[in-house]
Design a protein around this ligand. Sequence first.
Ligand SMILES: NC(=O)C1=CN([C@@H]2O[C@H](COP(=O)(O)OP(=O)(O)OC[C@H]3O[C@@H](n4cnc5c(N)ncnc54)[C@H](OP(=O)(O)O)[C@@H]3O)[C@@H](O)[C@H]2O)[C@@H](O)CC1
Ligand SMILES: Nc1ncnc2c1ncn2[C@@H]1O[C@H](COP(=O)(O)OP(=O)(O)O)[C@@H](O)[C@H]1O
Ligand SMILES: [K+]
Length: 538
Amino acid sequence: MRAIEEAAIASGAVTGLELMERAGRGVVEAVFEEWPELAAAPQRAVVLCGPGNNGGDGFVVARLLREWGWEVEVYLYGDAEKLPPDARVNYGRWVEMGAVRALDEDAPDGYPDEGDGVALIVDAIFGIGLTRPFLTLCRMQDQVNLCNAASRSNPAFPHVVAVDVPSGLSSDSGAYPGYEDENPLDSCMLANLTVTFHAKKLGHVLGYGPDACGKVVVKDIGLEGGGRPRGGEKRPPGGAVGRCPAVPPGERVTLAEPSFYRLSKFPGEHKYSHGHALILSGGPGRGGAARLAARGALRIGAGLVTLGCPPAALIENAAQLNAVMLRPLRDAEALAELLKDGRINALGLGPGLGLDRARALVPVALESGRACVLDADALTAFAEAPELLFGLTRGTATVLTPHGGEFARLFPDIAEKLTAPAQTGPAYCRVDAAREAAARAGCVVLLKGPDTVIADAGGRCAVNSAAYERAVPWLATAGAGDVLAGFIAGLLARGFDPRGAAETAAWLHVECARSFGPGLIAEDLPEELPQVFRALGL
Ligand SMILES: NC(=O)C1=CN([C@@H]2O[C@H](COP(=O)(O)OP(=O)(O)OC[C@H]3O[C@@H](n4cnc5c(N)ncnc54)[C@H](OP(=O)(O)O)[C@@H]3O)[C@@H](O)[C@H]2O)[C@@H](O)CC1
Ligand SMILES: Nc1ncnc2c1ncn2[C@@H]1O[C@H](COP(=O)(O)OP(=O)(O)O)[C@@H](O)[C@H]1O
Ligand SMILES: [K+]
């Protein structure tokens, strides 16, 4: 964000002061759009400003609200004389209109409360400049949070709007630096609405971000590429996109987006045009996970899907499968033999595979040069010797899809950094972890969760956020991950590159859950794809 702002200012296209004015205006606009009743008649607001440019935005908001006829109380945390230049200018403009009081544990005086007429609290204490724990105003923060919680059901309480990020939350990571054991959400600044500028930041979608921000609105402040879709470009519903020419691709993080063009099928193609995925399964009574994956691979459009199971599991699988084809596949030798069929172009291994079978089959799969997705047992099987696995994955078209536990088995040192309490900002986050893991494994890593991160070995990275309007808590159900692995295998078979397959599959996975709704079980996910595809106009 700093690079983008600096580039805009250096180009002479805009000044920092203009950007700050637009930011403040964007906050007021978003507040009135979110709560039209606040636009209807002037009310009372409390604006909490901090020592940097986030505070500067706060002074702009205070001034604009006053110009609308609002009664505004302004508090400053820090020393006015030390404000950075643009914030100092806006402080000065405000001081001509009203008072500024010191913000401490006991201010605002007699905290905003039910019925005292304060309709809005503006949190402009810290934005992207938070560098260390902010634990000094916990009591005041508690009070603000009571208002935030109460205002959801009782309009007599003030709404809380955060400027850029809720103060105390690291905009780089979604962590609350300084919090160790207790839940930071108990005593940190939380918002009903967060208004950010140009594009969402990582902290809005990772970790505690979604809980802390309430809802995020992105306001365009006229920076290059500011989130406007290009003419006629198709965009996923709800998918805000920050295009950041000032940031090199290897450092850029985007929100996951499906590749619509590659998902489409065209008249004149035949089933082999869409690839042949092979899903490998484990022994009798353990085949459900692989069957879910196979179904996912078929529904997402692989031309053919074969399940390769141990001969003893053949009858069980035959009783369950129709469109998915079935092959007995005893061992590594049998796999090597089957892979002489060059039309099999993508493999999925892991769900229900069994650890010994995984150790035998994974090397054959990876050495075959086929695109592979490795999940579940195919990851855990290498917990004792992750380097053995990485020696096989490096430089191949492979996607590893660990959940947090599997990730910690393969990358224990990285997982330790990720779970250590953050002390400074920027804090080490899931994006850093996925990137480091992908670089080590030399392939794509998809780290699962409500904030799924997909990184490739070159550092390119996307977050598939299942938060805010895309929240799907019912996706946390047994077998959902198996279906995701199948989706990826199916897209690999269709010729997607590994990162594109992982991103598109993760995005569709959440869309299927959104489309189906509560009550979802893993079996429903593949069956929801036709509905999702139709809605996308494919
Ligand atoms: N740049 C632009 O053009 C635009 C920027 N915009 C706005 O500016 C915001 C970024 O502003 P910013 O860089 O000044 O950072 P900000 O978040 O205000 O805080 C920095 C200050 O806080 C201090 N500090 C940090 N942590 C602390 C702690 N725990 N406890 C106590 N102090 C702490 C830190 O001190 P230091 O670490 O330097 O000692 C420094 O004094 C951005 O989020 C957006 O809202 C928009 O107007 C659009 C145009
Ligand atoms: N709270 C949540 N919100 C959204 N998605 C979730 C949530 N919890 C889990 N998921 C998703 O559900 C899937 C679970 O996968 P996994 O843990 O491997 O389960 P399983 O092994 O039972 O299939 C992952 O894709 C993950 O991203
Ligand atoms: K803030």
